[in-house]
Design a protein. Structure first.
Length: 341
């Protein structure tokens, strides 16, 4: 059993920890928190060994009535792999700690690409991370784009991709984030950071991205235009995507016209925290004009990278190939939506 430590038990970390415990070949070595807030209490209630991420604050946990198993360096030493889910920039600061203990590490997309040996997406470049010392799971938006670009490129070839991203202003719990009542180019220059990030997965892909930030917390929405190298039809693209477990094509008769109903659907389906690990593509938006493919998709920024983190653990440890890992992750977590079946 692979012992997995999670450093940072916030939006992504708590989801990764739950996903690790669901896997048949992994055990959660523990989670690290900077302070004894409600998430730390949740971790102890679930029986997760809790470690102090900041040694100077270790006493605060006991004062709050929370027992800790030790400090973060002990968690790193005990783990076969550490998944760093700390806020952007902190992962890079933690890299020396992981190297000191010779513990393979997985970082998140908020870090610069050079934080790790390889940027990672399970569907697109799993093999590049096999046996590596570190991997960076690309951001939620880059993950979503990689999942559709990989099968398109393999089947038709991609001449150019153009994507406009309408981005939520913050996660539901990020009360300090904005805009409050505004719509902002983010950034006003082109490309947004998403295109270069996609190129860390597909180095030769011709892609332009534009970003806008809106006062919403639910999900990101992408307007995608891909010029293919060979002819396709909308029906053929739908059939292609139907074979991809991490792509959910929203049927026209589902009456799901936006992110609000998607989240309602996830809650009704019994998904933990209302998570949607899959890209949510409006099936009727899939259109092909000559060699230009168009579609709309929604990306749940809090959860779509979670299966990728699990697959990255297996890639770094070399315990499964891409197909086996993705299938195991799907079975253990319940990834994949067979609507109406």
């Amino acid at each position: 059993m692979t012992q997995v430590g999670v450093n940072g038990y916030g939006t992504i970390g708590k989801r990764v920890a739950d996903a690790v415990t669901a896997q048949p070949d992994m055990e959660l070595a523990g989670v690290a928190k900077t302070r004894p807030n409600f998430e730390a209490e949740t971790a102890t209630r679930k029986g997760y060994p809790l470690y102090a991420a900041v040694p100077e604050r270790a006493d605060q946990f006991g004062e709050a009535g929370l027992d800790i198993a030790g400090e973060v360096d002990e968690l790193v030493a005990a783990a076969d792999v550490i998944v760093d889910c700390t806020p952007s920039g902190i992962g890079a600061e933690n890299r020396s700690l992981y190297r000191e203990h010779d513990t393979p590490a997985i970082f998140q997309g908020g870090e610069d690409a050079d934080v790790a040996d390889v940027s990672f997406n399970a569907r697109a470049n799993y093999e590049n991370a096999v046996g590596a010392d570190s991997a960076r799971v690309v951001s939620c938006n880059t993950t979503g784009l990689s999942r559709i670009l990989a099968p398109l490129d393999e089947t038709y070839g991609v001449e150019k991709a153009r994507v406009t991203l309408v981005r939520r202003g913050g996660d539901p719990g990020q009360t300090g984030r904005g805009p409050i009542d505004d719509i902002l180019p983010d950034p006003v220059t082109i490309p947004s950071h998403h295109g270069p990030d996609v190129n860390t997965i597909f180095p030769d892909l011709n892609i332009d991205t534009l970003g806008m930030k809106v006062p919403a917390t639910l999900m990101h929405t992408h307007s995608v235009n891909v010029t293919l190298e060979s002819d396709a039809t909308a029906a053929a693209v739908r059939d292609l995507f139907a074979d991809e477990t991490r792509l959910f094509q929203i049927p026209a008769d589902a009456d799901i016209d936006g992110a609000g109903k998607l989240k309602e659907f996830a809650h009704d389906a019994g998904r933990p925290r209302g998570d949607l690990w899959e890209n949510c593509i409006w099936s009727e938006s899939i259109t092909v004009e000559e060699r230009d493919l168009y579609l709309f998709q929604a990306i749940h920024q809090e959860s779509d990278v979670v299966p990728e983190n699990i697959d990255a653990v297996r890639a770094l440890t070399g315990t499964a190939d891409a197909a086996e890992s993705m299938a195991t992750t799907a079975d253990a977590m319940g990834v994949g939506i067979d609507y109406g079946r």
